[in-house]
Design a protein around this ligand. Structure first.
Ligand code: GDP
Length: 514
């Protein structure tokens, strides 16, 4: 971001929460999004025409809630991989007659690794074979313990089709949002994220923007990814023209020069010229990146990237051919955790490595371990683009060995001192502008220009530091061997005396093992 200035606490105001609906296919995500929109939006506004812009806002007793209209964790995670976290709360839809399915588990793990709270909508409660308690039991097995069972996951039984109990679901969203204390500063230049964008024949590039912070205004100079322009007009999800859009408001924006990508960050900048300048710089950079992108990242690069703070984390996605193997690989990897490096299995599942797995890994700085499975062609392509490391194995211990040695690379190395040589100071010279130089004789070992020096006088250490200069006659040299004379200057130290002994030493890095 160009305009990324931190807001002062007193400038922040509460803002509406932004919700993404996730869950297994056919469990009712779209039906739920439509049901909420219909009951809350059109009922309130007589004759209001809703317009699909990729997100909408409802009003629950004066409290606004913003829903992203593209359900699923795929969209959620690919945005996150682009650096845009638009969602505050995830609604996990689980059909009560079907229970937890593979994509339900994916959704849980994607939301968890983003650190987004989950509210469960147990859907299709109207079905005769609905078993909401079984769903809750299964949720518990995945770390989501319902509140009524002593945990902290809110579960609401609903029927999206019959529009039953949606009020309670909305109320729970409001409650959760209150606890999250979501804030933004409406009185500043806007930044936001592109939810979706397309080229409209009549209107030119049209982008749905979710404002994250600040207020977007008609007339603002804007830049989004490599597109720039000026806000010509804004329309909300009810088809109303807006002059201004504050935090968490979704609006359709006209006036960009190109069609940006979903997940691109948008920001208002000072004027047209800076908007164009930023966009051009990004275009150039993109072109340069494309030219240099042939390198595949190796594991060690990735490991050096993921060093975060004091606790070092290694995030891993595990995919395997059968559930038993997923569990076996997971358990053995988790055992590698130490006090210094924590192994997190952010997702484990049966089946080949998919694009979604790659996006999750990209968003969470994770590597992917495939056991007896391979990535598909698409997943491979995306992995190359996102620089995600996919490692596939046919024997478990090989996978474990690899991860173990990579983790060792995450440990800070230990250093061991090694003495390289010793010299006697036989004379000292004062050199103008340089300082005192010791005329010295190497009694054993060698003196290395880049080494360190410990000055000893009567067996006591009087100074430790770096060698500042090393000469033979008038010439700078890199090394002087035993039996030769040389001139040694000590960096920032001039109090060297005839008869002093210099110990020449260095540090050697020793790799630590787990
Ligand atoms: P999505 O793939 O998760 O978006 O699921 P859809 O919203 O497309 O719903 C899949 C099917 O389940 C559709 O035929 C819906 O009509 C049906 N469905 C969704 N919600 C309910 C519900 O609450 N009760 C019943 N009986 N059917 C539902």
């Amino acid at each position: 971001l160009v305009n990324d200035i931190e807001d002062k606490e007193e400038d922040l105001e509460l803002r509406p929460p932004v919700i993404t609906v996730m869950g297994h296919v056919d469990h009712g995500k779209t039906t739920l999004l439509d049901a909420i929109r219909e009951t809350e939006v059109t009922a309130g506004e007589a004759g209001g025409i809703t317009q699909h812009i990729g997100a909408y806002q409802v009003d629950v007793d004066g409290q606004k809630i913003t829903f992203l209209d593209t359900p699923g964790h795929e969209a959620f995670t690919s945005m996150r991989a682009r650096g845009a976290q638009a969602t505050d709360i995830a609604i996990l839809v689980v059909a009560a007659d079907d229970g937890i399915m593979p994509q339900t588990i994916e959704a849980i793990n994607h939301a968890k690794s983003a650190g987004v709270p989950i509210i469960v909508a147990v859907n299709k409660i109207d079905r005769p074979n609905a078993q909401p308690d079984r769903v809750k039991q299964e949720l518990t097995e995945h770390g989501l313990v319902p509140e009524e069972w002593g945990g902290n996951t809110i579960c609401v039984n609903v029927s999206a089709l019959k529009k039953e109990n949606l009020d309670e679901l909305l109320e729970m969203i409001v409650l959760t949002a209150e606890m999250e204390e979501l804030k933004a500063n409406p009185n500043r230049a806007a930044n936001g994220v592109i939810i979706e964008a397309e080229l409209d024949r009549g209107r030119g590039p049209v982008a749905t923007v979710l404002v994250n912070n600040g207020t977007l205004k008609v007339g603002d100079a804007i830049v989004a990814g490599v597109a720039s322009g000026r806000v010509r007009a804004m329309v909300n999800d009810r088809g109303e023209r807006l002059e201004e859009a504050g935090p968490a408001t979704p609006v359709e924006v006209l006036g960009l020069s190109d069609v940006p990508n979903a997940g691109d960050l948008l920001e208002a900048v000072e004027d047209d010229q800076s908007a164009r300048g930023v966009a051009q710089k990004r275009k150039d950079k993109k072109r340069a990146d494309e030219l240099t992108r042939n390198t595949t990242v190796n594991l060690d690069d990735l490991f050096s990237q993921i060093q975060q703070g004091d606790v070092k984390e290694l995030n891993i996605v595990v995919k395997a051919d059968v559930q038993g193997s997923v569990e076996a690989v997971k358990q053995s990897l988790l055992k590698l955790s130490t006090d210094e490096v924590e192994v997190n299995i952010i997702h484990g599942g049966v089946g080949g490595v998919t694009e979604t797995d790659v996006m999750l890994a990209s968003a969470s700085n994770a590597i992917i371990i495939g056991f007896n499975v391979r990535p598909g062609a698409n997943a491979r392509k995306v992995a190359e683009k996102e620089k995600v490391d996919i490692r596939t194995y046919r024997v478990i211990y090989k996978a474990i060995d690899d991860v173990k040695s990579a983790m060792e690379g995450l440990l800070d190395p230990d250093y061991k001192e090694i003495v390289l040589g010793q010299v006697e100071v036989r004379q000292t010279f004062k050199v103008p502008k340089v300082g005192v130089i010791a005329g010295a004789y190497v009694t054993n070992g060698t003196v290395n220009r880049n080494a360190k020096v410990r000055l000893l006088r009567d067996g006591k250490i009087v100074h430790e530091g770096d060698i500042g200069s090393l000469k033979r006659f008038q010439n700078d040299v890199r090394e002087v061997a035993e039996g030769y004379e040389c001139g040694i200057g000590i960096e920032g130290y001039n109090d060297v005396k005839e008869g002093d002994i210099m110990e020449i030493y260095d540090f050697e890095e020793i790799k630590r093992t787990l």
